[in-house]
Every structure is written in structure tokens, then in C-alpha cells.
Write a protein that binds this ligand. Structure first.
Ligand code: FAD
Length: 371
């Protein structure tokens, strides 16, 4: 629970708050070029000791546990500032299980920020057949398509889910400058993030670019997604804290009649719902992080936390807009921006209903998970 932090964990939370106040808040709306601002955050985060918290010790990182990462994400979320996503350096993702060769040619430069990677899982609804890889001598021949690769236009490589005929799914690293890789479309989503769609035509990929063995692709891909679910949940509860503080200020102010907005019973009921569920959400996330740090399998709890917190933050921002009124929909209002930002959380890294089905499967068929 957030109340039961050790002295050093409380100090970590304090350092995050100092960082948000000293580095992130001054960058909000200061007109600086976003690339420069992002770079400044990265440099400041390295100096403050946050950047390497998501990176393995073998590569110079400080590899922090789930609770420490949750504390940082929760505190950052509570400031609702731009560039919070630049605070942590890239983690290894599926490349954590890559061959020695890939670790030096791709993983090390990725962690140092010299290379960028994308994740190719989602395929277009009208794909003629799933992306497939066939072994020929010492290389794979890949054919297929991926429709939603975040950061794909700037990626040096894509960790791609492919089907190996007769063996099942596999993860393979495809360099975006390899002959036969075509970037067919770039697009942005509601939250402002940028994505790309790719086609692969007879792309020749070295055999050692396969991560793990054929047949292991789905668990590896899902693990990559699974690792980020608690991260989404922790950021979402931080955002709920920001929202709560925003609403408290708003509801204490007088409306046209001269009485505080929060004096109306109907308004209080709506506000209490948000506060009550936010309390449950924050408790859930910290409990899940502690379970993860004690070595427990948190696949089911991570899914539950991701569904609950991301649906809640969407519902809460929506209610907050209703309580504030039309002014909250004016472009540039913090709630307008937040509304766009949180909508994608219910789809990215696992659509809510698909995760619900997995949660039910965990309990009904696998006897896994806890309440
Ligand atoms: C901001 C953002 C970033 C993303 N980044 C990436 C990325 O980097 N790499 C990548 O590969 N993908 C990425 N995606 C895509 C994302 O992973 C998919 O949108 C998500 O997995 C859902 O898949 P889909 O869009 O194909 O929808 P579908 O799988 O078609 O699902 C659409 C809806 O249909 C219903 N549904 C589907 N299947 C079932 C079922 N079995 N049971 C019940 N209901 C079901 C659900 O309501 C579901 O929400 C990103 C998406 C967003 C929004």
C-alpha cells in the first residue's frame, strides 16, 4: 500500500516530485521544440537516477523492482505533465531473451538510445494471411504485414510476431532497412502518438534474429505486453490523483449562484464515486506490485489492474468533464487533453474485453489468480 513505504521508498517518491516540479512542469506549454524538450528530460532523468531503472544491470542499468517503478509512475502521473514518458529509458522487452549476437548489435544500442525498436503484433483485419517466416539455409524469409507499430517510422527494427508453418508463432527481429520491408502508411492516434503500417515481401532475415524458438512467439509477445500492463495501471492511478486534486479545487469554487459547486448533493455523489474507485484502484496497483516483487506470478492480477484502472480513468475524466461543463471541452483545457490521452489505454497492450476473457480463463480453466 502507498502508506506502507519504507523510508527509502518515500525518499524516492519525494525525488520524483522534485523532478516533476523542477524539470517537467516548467516544460509544459513553454513553446520549446518537443524533440529538444524530450532530450532535456532524458538528460535530467539520467542525472537524477530514474532513466536506468527499467534497464538490466548487465547493461549498466539499475533494474528496479515493480514497487519502485510503480512509485515513480504514480508520482509522475499525479503531475499530469508532458514528457513523463521520457523519464524511463527503453527496457529490453522481448530482446531480453535474444541471442548473444543480437544483444550486442541491437539490445545494447537500444538501451543506450542509439537505436529505436518497434513492436509488430497487430495485423490488419483484411490481411490475406498472417505474417509468416520460412527457414531457408541460414536465414528466414518473411512475408506479411503489420498495421499498428508505435514509433514505426523512426524504428531501426521491429520485433515481429510471425507464424512458422508447422511450428507455431515466433518472435523475430526485422531491420527496417532490410530489402523487402516497406513502410506503407504512417498515422497518429487520438492520444497524439505516432504509428506505422508495414509490409514484408520476401524479407531475408538472419537466422539468429529469431528470439527464442519457433512456437515460443506468443508467450514472448504476451510477456512484452504483460510487463507494460502494471505500468499502465500505475500511471493511470497517478492520473486519478491529479484528477481528484483538480476536482477538489473546482468543486470548492463558487458557481453562478455564488455557492461552491460541490455544495450540490448530486455533484457530491458523482465526485464520491470517483474518489472511492480511485482508492480501490491505487490499493490494487500497490498490492500487485508487492506481489510481483515477492516473486509471485501476477499475470492475472496485472490484467485485472490494467482493465480496472484504465476503464476507471476513462470514466472519471468523462465525469469530471460533465461536472466542469462545456469549458472542459475547449481545446487546450487540461480535461480535453486528458480525455484524448486516456482513451487509448483501453485498447493498447490488450483490449479490455480480451483481457477479461483471459482473466476468466485463468480462474475457470487454469485455477490461477487471486482476489
Ligand atoms: C495507442 C496505441 C498504440 C498501439 N501500439 C501497438 C504496437 O506498438 N504494436 C502493435 O502490434 N499493436 C499496437 N496497437 C494495437 C493494439 O494492440 C490493438 O488495437 C489491440 O490489441 C486490439 O486489437 P485490434 O485493434 O485488432 O482489435 P480487435 O482484436 O479486432 O478487437 C476489437 C474489439 O472487438 C472485441 N473483441 C475482439 N476479440 C474478442 C474476443 N475474443 N472476445 C470478446 N471480444 C472481442 C473487443 O471489444 C475488442 O475491443 C496499439 C493501439 C493503440 C490504441
Amino acid at each position: 500500500m502507498p502508506e506502507m513505504l519504507t523510508e527509502s521508498e518515500r525518499a524516492l517518491a519525494g525525488r520524483v516530485r522534485d523532478f516533476a516540479e523542477g524539470v517537467l512542469l516548467p516544460l509544459a506549454d513553454n513553446g520549446e521544440d518537443p524533440r529538444n524538450a524530450r532530450q532535456r528530460v532524458i538528460e535530467a532523468s539520467k542525472e537524477a537516477g530514474f532513466f536506468a531503472m527499467t534497464q538490466p544491470k548487465a547493461f549498466g542499468g539499475t533494474e528496479s523492482g515493480a514497487l519502485a517503478l510503480t512509485i515513480v509512475r504514480d508520482e509522475l502521473g499525479a503531475f499530469n505533465t508532458p514528457y513523463a514518458g521520457a523519464v524511463f529509458g527503453p527496457g529490453p522487452g522481448v530482446l531480453g531473451g535474444a541471442s548473444e549476437q543480437l544483444r550486442s548489435t541491437h539490445l545494447a544500442p537500444l538501451l543506450e538510445g542509439r537505436m529505436r525498436g518497434g513492436f509488430g503484433f497487430t495485423e490488419p483485419d483484411d490481411a490475406p494471411s498472417p505474417t509468416a517466416a520460412v527457414l531457408e539455409d541460414d536465414h528466414w524469409i518473411v512475408n506479411g504485414q503489420k498495421s499498428y507499430v508505435t514509433g514505426g517510422a523512426d524504428a531501426d527494427f521491429i520485433n515481429t510476431l510471425v507464424q512458422v508453418p508447422g511450428k507455431g508463432p515466433a518472435m523475430i527481429l526485422i531491420d527496417t532497412d532490410a530489402p523487402g520491408v516497406e513502410l506503407v502508411r504512417t498515422f497518429s492516434s487520438l492520444d497524439g502518438s505516432h504509428h506505422a503500417a508495414f509490409e514484408f515481401r520476401d524479407v531475408k532475415v538472419p537466422a539468429h534474429h529469431m528470439i527464442g524458438k519457433p512456437g515460443e512467439g506468443m508467450p514472448r509477445a504476451l510477456q512484452q505486453i504483460g510487463d507494460t500492463r502494471l505500468a499502465f495501471a500505475a500511471s493511470a492511478v497517478g492520473t486519478l490523483r491529479w484528477l481528484d486534486a483538480f476536482l477538489v479545487t473546482h468543486l470548492k469554487q463558487p458557481d453562478r449562484s455564488g455557492t461552491p459547486r460541490g455544495d450540490k448533493e448530486g455533484v457530491r455523489l458523482r465526485y464520491s464515486d470517483i474518489r472511492m474507485k480511485a482508492y480501490a484502484a491505487r490499493s490494487m496497483v500497490y498490492r500487485t506490485a508487492r506481489l510481483a516483487d515477492s516473486g509471485e506470478d501476477i499475470r492475472n492480477e496485472g490484467m485485472a489492474a490494467k482493465i480496472f484502472t484504465t476503464e476507471l480513468v476513462g470514466e472519471a475524466v468523462d465525469t469530471a468533464i460533465q461536472l466542469v461543463g462545456g469549458g472542459a471541452l475547449v481545446v487546450g483545457h487540461p480535461l480535453e487533453a486528458l480525455y484524448r490521452q486516456v482513451r487509448s489505454l483501453r485498447l493498447a497492450e490488450g483490449a479490455s474485453d480480451i483481457l477479461r476473457l483471459n482473466l476468466a480463463r485463468g480462474a475457470l480453466e487454469l485455477d490461477k489468480g487471486r482476489i
